[in-house]
Write a protein that binds this ligand. Structure first.
Ligand SMILES: N[C@@H](CCC(=O)N[C@@H](CS)C(=O)NCC(=O)O)C(=O)O
Length: 261
């Protein structure tokens, strides 16, 4: 496991320097004596779901970088907690019964943290169903399709018009689904929840992925309100210094990320 790479957070650099020890993950939030949640992380929309949730819940956590550009996601220690060789994953040493538990898949992590804290995930069945629908919708639609749209637009070795158009159209449809849902409610499940937390990192990058949100006023209003939350700002700014140096044109990086079988 890559436990030593530097992370940076604009608001807590001094505090972290004081708390981090060589060979350990870097503390992003003070632990106050509780066992911090170990977050295996790289700064991407899927990773941000978890930093945002941890910040929203005020849970102590340490970041353990998973440098996906170098292949950390294939290391046996990481695969033991995340068998799909994708980050994020968490280890909670203070899990159920006081014993450690690991969780992979960002949606499952959000649900786990929601159940653990009782925050942003209703306990009543109707409220929970509302949230689950939109959480699963994000996991199956917004995330994967935005990923493919971004891949064919920005990373494919040759320009495949069909693929670019196909996924851009699909993203337009998906933004439309969100926009209609947000027509008469502030948040996807009514009240702010893990469903919004799952979506915001992806929608925050829409223009960068080449998508125009001008048709979607309700979605833009939701995005602005969600991005204004202090915990969302903190979650989105949990950085890993090594990520700034990744060159997506480097054949070695491309082989790690795009030649998997
Ligand atoms: N469904 C997974 C997707 C996670 C995912 O795709 N993570 C990407 C970064 S955003 C990753 O780890 N990529 C490594 C790779 O492609 O090898 C989740 O939501 O946790």
């Amino acid at each position: 496991m890559a436990r030593n790479s530097k992370t940076s957070h604009p608001r807590r650099d001094r505090e972290r320097r004081a708390k981090s020890a060589p060979g350990s993950g870097r503390a992003v939030r003070p632990t106050g004596g509780a066992k911090p949640i170990e977050l295996h992380y790289w700064p991407t929309p899927n990773g941000w779901k978890v930093t945002i949730m941890l910040e929203e819940c005020g849970l102590p956590y340490v970041v353990i970088p998973v440098d996906i550009s170098k292949g950390d996601q294939f290391k046996p220690d990481f695969l033991a907690i995340s068998p799909n060789n994708r980050m994020p994953a968490i280890v909670d040493r203070g899990g159920p019964g006081g014993r450690a538990i690991s969780v992979f898949e960002s949606g499952a992590i959000l649900q786990y943290l929601g159940r653990k804290t009782g925050k942003f995930y209703p306990k009543d069945e109707r409220g929970r169903v509302e949230v689950d629908q939109w959480l699963f919708w994000q996991m199956a639609n917004l995330g994967p399709k935005a990923g493919e749209a971004n891949h064919f637009r920005n990373y494919a070795p040759s320009k495949l018009d069909y693929a670019i158009e196909r996924f851009s159209n699909e993203m337009h449809r998906i933004y439309g689904v969100m926009d209609r849902r947000l027509e008469d409610r502030a948040c996807l499940a009514g009240r702010y929840s893990i469903a919004d937390i799952a979506c915001i990192g992806w929608v925050s990058r829409a223009e960068r992925f080449g998508h125009d949100l001008s048709d979607f006023a309700n979605l833009r209003r939701w995005r602005e309100a969600t991005l204004a939350r202090p915990a969302v700002k903190r979650g989105l700014s949990v950085k890993v210094e090594a990520a700034f140096r990744v060159d997506m044109k480097d054949p070695k990086v491309r082989a790690v990320l795009f030649n998997q079988r």
